[in-house]
Ligand binder design. Sequence first.
Ligand code: DGY
Length: 322
Amino acid sequence: MAKRKILVTRRWPKPVEDRLSETYDATLNSDDVPMSSEAIAAAFSDYDAICPTVSDKLPAGVFPAETPRTRILGNFGVGFSHIDTDAAGAAGIVVTNTPDVLSECTADLAITLMLMAARRASEGEREVRAGDWAGWRPTHMIGTKVSGATFGVLGFGRIGRTAAKRAHHGFGMKVIYYDAFPVKPEFSAETRAEARDSIEAVLREADVVSLHMPGGRENYHLINAERLAMMKPTAILVNTARGEVVDANALADALGRGTIAGAGLDVYEGEPTIPPALLRTNAVLLPHLGSATKATREAMGMMVADNLDAFFAGREPPNRVA
Ligand code: DGY
C-alpha cells in the first residue's frame, strides 16, 4: 500500500522528521519558512494529514466546504487555539495535541519569567551590556523578594500545577488559584494550594499572577484594564499561556503608570510581532520558548507521530482534542 501523504508545516527535530519520513510520504519544511493560510488551505486536498504548529493559523475560512483528503491535524503543541476545531469537526477532520510532555519545561519558564521580572534581570543585563553599570550600591536596581510571597495561578491545569509546585517547594510561596473547572483535592494538596472563587480574588491577593489557561475566543483579553487595576502595585504578571489572554495595550499602560510592578511574557497576540507599547515597558519579553528544550521538543514530535500512527491504524489517537 502506498504510504500516507503528510505535510509538516515547519522544521521539526531531526529524530522526529526521520521517524515520520520512514513511516509516511512526508513533505518536510527544511527551510522552516512559515506557510501562508492559503498554502495550508490548498494542502487539504493533497495530504492525508497536516502537522501544524502554533505559528500556523487555521481559522474557519481555511477549511474546505467538502470533506477533504486530510483526515487528521496532528498539532505540535498542547495549545490549539490557532485551529478552529469546530470547523475541523464540520469538515470531518480529527485534531490531536501534545499534552504533559511540555508541562515541566513550560512551568520552568514561568518561574524563570517570575524571577527575571522580580529581580529586574533583563534591565540589569541591558545595563551591563550598554556599559552603563556604575558599580555596586545599596539602592541600585532594587527588585522584589518572591520567597514567601503569594503565587496566584489562573488555570490550575497540568502546567499551572507544575509551576505551583516549583513556586511552593522551591521558594516557599503560598499558592492560590482559580480554575473554571473542578480541581481534584489531591492536585491542590501537592502545594497546599487554596482555591479562590473568582479570577478577581486571585488578582487582588497574589504577589505573582501566572496565567495557564487556554487561549482562543473564550479567554480573549481576559486580563484587561479593569482586571489589571485589581492587582497590587507591587505585583508581577507572568504569561506563558497565550498572548490573546492579555490586552497588551492595557498591560503596557498599567506598567507605564506603575499600577503593577512588572511582567514576564513569553507569548503575544499576533506573534511574532510584539505590540510596540510593550517594547517601551520594563516587561521581560521572551520569544515563545516555553517548551523549547531538546528533550521536550523531541517528545512533542514523537507524540504527534504516535497520534498519526494510531489514527491511520484505525485506533483512537491518544491525544485527540476534537
Ligand atoms: C504549546 O505547546 O502550546 C506551545 O505554546 C507551542 O505551541
